[in-house]
Design a protein around this ligand. Sequence first.
Ligand code: CP
Length: 326
Amino acid sequence: MKTTQNTLQEILNSKEAHSIKEKKHLINTDSFSADEINCLMATARHLKQLSNDTNQFPLDLLKSSHVALAFYENSTRTKCSFNIAASNLGANVLDLNVDTSSSQKGENLIDTAATLIEMGVNAYIQRHSEEGVLNQMVSALGDSCSFINAGEGKQTHPTQALLDYFTMLDLVSSIENKKVTIVGDTKYSRVARSNARTLTKMGADVHVASPESLMADDLAELGVTLHTNLEEAIKDCHFIMALRIQFERQGEAQIIGKEAYIKNYQLNHSVIKSAKESVHVMHPGPVNRDLEITSELADDKNLSLIRQQVANGVFVRMAILALLLN
Ligand code: CP
């Protein structure tokens, strides 16, 4: 009988796993084919199974590797999840505290990364508010280190989209033709853009519900259907994803007004009745409780996948590190 570890080794030796390893970096899910994304999902599924069956972590897949975390924007989920994922694979984790690093003396992003790479860092995981900086870093230093995007500007958050897709696959065997509706502040949301790109590639029917002032019009180019009416947007849908209102990007003054937002776009038990009976709600976190979603719905163990998203994030990030670095 095959052990789960044997099967994991078989996945890591597959054609798709080799093509992921050759990519070396994860900046955007656009550069991954549907087959490669499925290979990532299969790897994460096996790692999750391994954690359920036995208690074998840390594995020794990345035993002699050094993984650096460089977060120039706040994070709880992504940073801690990458930290645990790398530790579970046996890597040494270097958490660069940017508030006390030499970036405060004016050192630029490339020089900071180059310094850590000289010390032996194999993977550099970065979050930054400015779009495109990771591509510049790959151009300058990409031969000597894997770069992984932990959220950049308002365009890309690939590991969030992959863990969201993985969480949906816990409930449906395929996302093809399933209706997924993303609700809220899509205009400033890298989660919305990365999810829309990933889920449309995997065959989902993606819809968005946002007030005019918070609408990401650019998503229409991806084949996403845009709505300003929430009920119409979530009718018969399988998954509803609420987004955080990004006060830090837009300034509170620009929001349509909290009361109007709650009235027209807040997810609660009553509003989601027009979705499929089997609907589940998601949120990338952090949640502005009782604004985007009621606490009652966010904490409803039968309908909310928020906790599963967080738990699954570790296995998806383990899969990414294993496939890029193993
Ligand atoms: N979802 C997400 O990116 O959360 P953090 O900002 O806590 O990492």
